[in-house]
Design a protein around this ligand. Sequence first.
Ligand SMILES: NC(=O)c1ccc[n+]([C@@H]2O[C@H](COP(=O)([O-])OP(=O)(O)OC[C@H]3O[C@@H](n4cnc5c(N)ncnc54)[C@H](OP(=O)(O)O)[C@@H]3O)[C@@H](O)[C@H]2O)c1
Length: 288
Amino acid sequence: MTPPWDVRDKTCLVTGATSGHGLAVATLLARRGADVVLLGRHRAKCEAARDGIARETGRTPGIVVCELSSRKEIDRAAAEWLALERPLHLLVANAGLVTRHRRESPDGIELTMAVNYLASFQLTLRLLPRLVRSAPARIVIVASDAHRIATLDPDDLEQRRGWWWFMGAYAKSKLALLFFQRELARRLAGTGVTVNAVDPGPVASGIADHEPGLVAPAASWLIKRLFPSPEKAARTAMHLAASPDLDGVSGTYWRFMERKEPRYAPDRPDMDRLLWAWSVARTGVDFP
Ligand SMILES: NC(=O)c1ccc[n+]([C@@H]2O[C@H](COP(=O)([O-])OP(=O)(O)OC[C@H]3O[C@@H](n4cnc5c(N)ncnc54)[C@H](OP(=O)(O)O)[C@@H]3O)[C@@H](O)[C@H]2O)c1
């Protein structure tokens, strides 16, 4: 019989691990004895996060530098991982952003969709053979309850038509993650790899500060003081990542330590397929 899940000495890759929720998850995993690898886009930030975690936990995480808005960069980082013969037991797809104005990635895709959703799709599928080989393994997708205000238009996933606003784009990217998670859970059945999604709830992070003018300085000040700390917010992601109670559980969505039903809009069977096909076309990777 497979022993109950324990993250001690498991190899765990956390994206967006240089600040906020991702840094908290990486720190908590290291505290529990996991072999953590931090993925971030700036080497200096990755090194600062690594040194902070090492000081606090006595375990020194590894680093993968990768700009997640670039398809080429994700392929390179995944290829480097696969070449190392390194196992992968847990992938936490956490990186995310908001932008004040509609911007595009180097590959010409609306930036919020590119980083928050497509990067997780591409990185997860590229690393999937290693997750399956390392099974039992887990994937934790950091979504958001903001998805409840979104609808996905399969003919306009790049949001070129109509009125664009940052929160709408953010919500769409998080809804796309939930569609992805549902379809991936279906495809992974029987492989020993599970995938679940989490909304950390409000986090006292600097996510809105990267874009000057997105929120007023007073609001940013209040967010940092009134919202739960990243460590507190990371509790639910840690539950999905580390709890033996979730052995074999897949395709679920969690918020504040409770399982919730996401709102899929439109919830029609071909939406999963259409989004999947668009994502394959944009990233060049499919279910192996
Ligand atoms: N804050 C909230 O209230 C809240 C609520 C629900 C869900 N979430 C979700 O929680 C996750 C973490 O957000 P957070 O609040 O902790 O914000 P954060 O502190 O800004 O963390 C975001 C992380 O993503 C990384 N990142 C952003 N763009 C990237 C790119 N192009 N390539 C590589 N890495 C990139 C950032 O790297 P840099 O350090 O280099 O910028 C950072 O490490 C996100 O998915 C967010 O949507 C947050």
